[in-house]
Design a binder for this molecule. Structure first.
Ligand code: 76R
Length: 230
């Protein structure tokens, strides 16, 4: 095709791409830094984090309207010698149980400004609502689901200011139904929030979780230095 390709964009909100990478022998810190810079120059938000443990060395969370641009960032990072260890594709959304929230909150769900200041502790995990023979979220009527999610929101609000959550939808796009990205000042803020949620009926009866990725938000240079030991 010789014509420029049209952007592929959600009608509301942004695309969200979580990429978890390992550094390797051919990792070029300058090229990786430039890739992040290019994405930001194009108008996308890019959050970088050092990750702990064997799953990956660093995480890149990118948000923007055009999925093609997110893909271009993935390609440029790979060309910088990073090796992909995991990923998640989702879209920002306002939950159907939060339709009446104030405009300011709505914008923060659809067009968040990340990363939040003073909250370097980071974790990401995907989750779904159970569709089992005993407990099937999708067989509940809307009122029952809404009541459960209002209860969930009430638990969540006890962490307001302490934990910033971004729940992004991925039904039909990736292996789970949502991506949950949490930012806190301290890692135990995240642990406490997720722990308390486990007792909430919406999570206790219906939550199913994928792998967790944990680390510290920092600028891309520091994240690379931490991973490369330079
Ligand atoms: O958007 C809003 O703040 C309105 C209330 C609210 C909704 C509708 C809310 C608040 N959440 C909502 C929806 Mn949530 N949330 C999670 C997890 O680990 C677990 O057990 C679950 C992972 C956490 C930690 C969390 C935290 N939430 C959702 C949905 C979509 C459901 C749907 O649409 O069907 C999921 C999957 C989900 C999962 N939630 C909050 C929090 C916190 C901390 C809040 C309060 C936010 C605030 O008031 O600032």
């Amino acid at each position: 095709m010789t014509t420029a390709r049209q952007p592929v964009a959600p009608t509301v909100g942004w695309g969200v791409l979580h990429l978890f990478w390992r550094v390797g022998p051919s990792t070029d810190a300058e090229a990786v830094t430039t890739a992040v810079k290019h994405a930001r120059e194009g108008g996308d938000q890019v959050v970088t984090a050092s990750l702990l443990g064997h799953k990956a060395d660093l995480g890149v969370m990118a948000l923007g309207p055009d999925l093609r641009r997110l893909r271009a960032l993935q390609t440029e990072l790979r060309r910088g010698g990073l090796e992909l260890a995991g990923s998640y594709v989702s879209l920002t959304e306002v939950s159907e149980y939060a339709e009446g929230i104030p405009e300011e909150m709505r914008r923060a769900r659809l067009y968040p400004e990340l990363p939040p200041p003073g909250k370097p502790a980071f974790c990401f995990y995907p989750m779904s609502k159970r569709r089992g023979p005993e407990r099937n979220w999708y067989a509940l009527d809307f009122e029952e689901r809404k009541e459960l999610m209002v209860g969930h929101g009430a638990v969540g609000r006890t962490f307001r200011g302490r934990v910033l959550q971004l729940v992004t939808g991925s039904t039909g796009l990736d292996d789970f139904e949502w991506g949950v990205t949490l930012f806190g000042e301290h890692p135990d803020d995240l642990k406490e929030c997720v722990y308390q949620m486990r007792f909430d009926p919406a999570s206790a009866h219906y939550g199913e979780f994928g792998p967790f990725w944990t680390g510290m938000v920092d600028d891309v240079e520091a994240v690379l230095a931490a991973a490369l030991g330079s």
